[in-house]
Design a protein around this ligand. Structure first.
Ligand SMILES: C[S@@+](CC[C@H](N)C(=O)[O-])C[C@H]1O[C@@H](n2cnc3c(N)ncnc32)[C@H](O)[C@@H]1O
Length: 687
């Protein structure tokens, strides 16, 4: 029987089957699957058809042939084959799972949900089914169901895909519905500690859950009353024990800046009360403060992470001075320092700035503060040693570049702690197809892409690229040596060798090295003329190569613009002290005040990010038509935005399946002005 006949048979359901032995059938199936996985689709199809010719109800052959048909663009035929596969074996979860994938590719999410659920009913641990079902529910706006499915799946499936789906669901879920679910809170603690995503992406959810804890509610109320901040008024012993046992407060404080204003108030209230107790010097208060050591140590780490963003009163300043003098004197004399005193001081200033700070690491009594001392003394010393070794690739002559450099020397951006563990390296083509399904991306076939990260800051993004793209060789450049030193330290900690750093001004980069990928996120809008910088970087992209760009959106930053105008009217400069002062003013505004809106931006909660948000020495903003004009003038194809709004966009413009029509996107943004609050982040490809 030839292929034509077989096709006709499978369409009409008639067969001229001759059974073949089981062992041979198995062998043929393995061979066909091998071809399928290797991308040899013709051979795979022939193999499946050969099996079906002998056994027309062969579930796997029907199912895989259905997937093949779908991927070849014949989705209706694929669905029919998958339904036949289901009919041929009602106990088999796999065809349900695969049918769900096909239906979800076609945007038929509700039907896909039904089949995914069926797969899980038949096999509660079916690999990938929890991830897909949770993602589908999330797409349908059913965040709590998605979270429950992901949490159940995580009992047996610890895959990176399911963990990141859990994080997405958590970010969308209403905290009031999860606060009392200890399983989900425990997973959130793991997600922060391991971590499963950038910890700062989880800070809002963690803060919202914490604020629903009775202990926190009491503490917030007492601080709002202006009650004299005695330690026991803030948290009693039972409160402290329950907060410690859950681990959420500690995980948040040590992983990322707190981004909830009331939690920030609790943290600063505790600091103030501890400092007061120590300053009063009464032995009872100091003894009582010892039970606060674990919390004090975590708060000190938090203060370092947010770069001491909270303002301090004159009284606190005097108390800090006395505490700092006494600890410095003890260190000079090689006397033991009480851990709780050190932790409280470290909540107000970084320990490496103390004279003789290097002696801290050797004090046995400070063992409970090892992580804090590493953060505030050992790591900064490591960066000091790295700084002179960084290569200078270009001069920095442009006046705006010099000013911008100064800002980021003072406040390297951002002070990050951990990256999502076990990032899977994918070939570039594979990564792009998965990231932007349906995009008009032309495969590059690059096994070992050369990547430039321009304006890498403290290295978080560059490290991610080095981990994401299989075989990548990454060069990351920035103006700020302090940022680069941080980046190099983190890169070494992670043991990466495919990533090198240099100090350079984008505007002066030599054209003698070309790249397959140029990535510049959150950078070009800080140039005197961003389009000059963008053109310069475009010139370094090889033909057919890619750019990933992040730019501020004028529409999304309307609140910020109003605040910037108001702050400018106060006529201050942009010193760190000014930022703290003005920020404290904004943080204290009542909920109805227009400035209060600024506290909803997570960047408000650390010094470098707040400076970036409100007080940048140089900021431009873009619109989608401006981006479209640049692409047209410079020969780039738009491949897509990276945004969680993609699903909503596709619902609004279902005919734009690749989500690449910039006119539609401009209309969508007008209707939803906050869409690009985290910048326009997009991929483009050079012709
Ligand atoms: C907001 S930070 C973003 C850092 C990083 N891309 C990220 O997303 O985490 C901006 C960075 O761009 C760098 N930068 C600004 N202008 C630059 C220029 N002309 N050349 C090189 N780097 C520049 C700054 O030094 C700063 O580290």
């Amino acid at each position: 029987m030839n292929r034509k006949q077989r096709r006709a048979d499978s369409k009409t359901g008639t067969t001229t089957a001759t059974r073949i032995p089981n062992a041979l059938e198995k062998m043929l199936l393995q061979k066909a699957i091998g071809h399928h996985q290797a991308g040899q689709f013709r051979e795979a199809e022939a193999g499946y058809r050969e099996i079906l010719a002998a056994n027309p109800r062969h579930t796997d052959a029907l199912g895989y042939l259905g997937l093949l048909a779908h991927h070849a663009g014949h989705s209706d035929a694929g669905i029919e084959l998958l339904r036949k596969a289901i009919g041929s074996d009602r106990t088999n979860p796999e065809p349900h799972y695969n049918l769900a994938r096909v239906l979800s590719d076609l945007g038929r999410d509700d039907e896909a949900i039904v089949h995914n659920r069926k797969a899980l009913e038949l096999a509660p641990d079916f690999p990938g089914a929890h991830t897909n079902l949770a993602a589908l529910l999330l797409l349908r706006g059913r965040a709590i169901e998605a979270l429950t499915v992901a949490a159940n799946g995580l009992r047996t499936d610890n895959s990176a895909g399911l963990r990141s789906t859990f994080v997405l669901a958590l970010q969308s879920a209403d905290p009031s519905t999860i606060e009392a679910n200890p399983q989900i809170v425990a997973l959130l603690v793991r997600a922060l500690n391991e971590p499963w995503a950038r910890p700062r992406d989880l800070a809002a959810a963690a803060g919202a859950i914490l604020l629903r804890r009775p202990s926190m509610k009491r503490c917030v109320a007492r601080l709002a009353d202006g009650t004299p901040a005695q330690l026991s008024d803030l948290f009693d012993a039972a409160d402290l024990a329950s907060l410690a046992s859950e681990g959420l407060f500690d995980a948040l404080l040590t992983a990322a800046p707190v981004t909830t204003i009331d939690v920030e108030r609790v943290v600063t209230g505790v600091c103030r009360a501890l400092l007061g107790a120590i300053d009063r010097g009464d032995a009872d208060a100091e003894e009582a403060a010892k039970s606060w050591l674990p919390l004090a140590a975590s708060i000190a780490q938090q203060s370092f992470l947010n770069e001491y963003v909270a303002g301090v009163s004159e009284q606190e300043n005097e108390q800090i001075g006395r505490l700092s003098d006494s600890i410095t004197a003890a260190l000079e004399k090689n006397e033991a320092v009480a851990p709780v005193r050190l932790a409280v001081l470290a909540s107000y200033l970084p320990l490496h700035t103390l004279k003789s700070a290097d002696r801290l690491a050797g004090q046995e009594g400070l063992a409970p503060l090892r992580a804090l001392i590493a953060q505030q003394v050992v790591n900064p010393r490591g960066e000091d040693a790295i700084r002179p070794t960084i290569e200078h690739l270009t001069a920095i002559e442009d006046d705006v570049s010099q000013k911008v450099r100064q800002q980021y020397e003072e406040n390297p951006y951002p002070r990050w702690t951990r990256l999502a563990a076990d990032t899977q390296a994918l070939p570039l083509d594979h990564y792009m197809r998965a990231r932007l399904p349906g995009a008009p991306y032309k495969a590059m076939g690059k096994g070992a892409p050369e990547v430039l990260v321009a304006g890498c800051g403290t290295g978080q993004h560059a490290i991610q690229r080095a981990l994401q793209f299989a075989g990548a060789n990454v060069l990351a450049v920035d103006l700020s040596l302090n940022s680069l030193s941080y980046a190099v330290r983190k890169t070494r900690e992670l043991g990466l060798t495919n990533l090198s750093y240099a100090q350079a001004d984008i505007l002066a980069l030599p054209a003698d090295r070309m790249f397959d990928v140029v990535d510049s996120s959150g950078v070009l809008h800080h140039l005197k003329n961003p389009l000059d910088g963008w053109r310069k970087l475009s010139g370094l992209v090889k033909p057919g190569g890619l750019m990933h760009i992040g730019l501020y959106s004028a529409l999304a930053r309307q609140d910020i613009n109003a605040a910037r105008t108001a702050l400018k009217a106060q006529g201050r400069d942009y010193s760190a002290a000014d930022v703290r002062h003005l920020r404290a003013d904004i943080a204290g505004r009542a909920a109805g005040d227009p400035m209060h809106n600024i506290t909803r931006f997570s960047d408000f909660f650390s010094l470098s990010e707040c400076r970036d948000l409100l007080f940048h020495v140089q900021e431009h903003q873009f619109t989608i038509p401006q981006i479209a004009a640049f692409l047209a003038e410079n020969g780039f194809t738009f491949l897509g935005f990276e945004t969680p709004a993609r699903a909503n966009y596709l619902r609004r413009f279902p005919q734009d399946k690749a989500a690449t029509n910039l006119e539609n996107w401009a209309a969508f943004e007008k209707e939803n002005p906050a869409t690009f609050a985290q910048m326009y982040q997009f991929w483009i490809q050079k012709s």
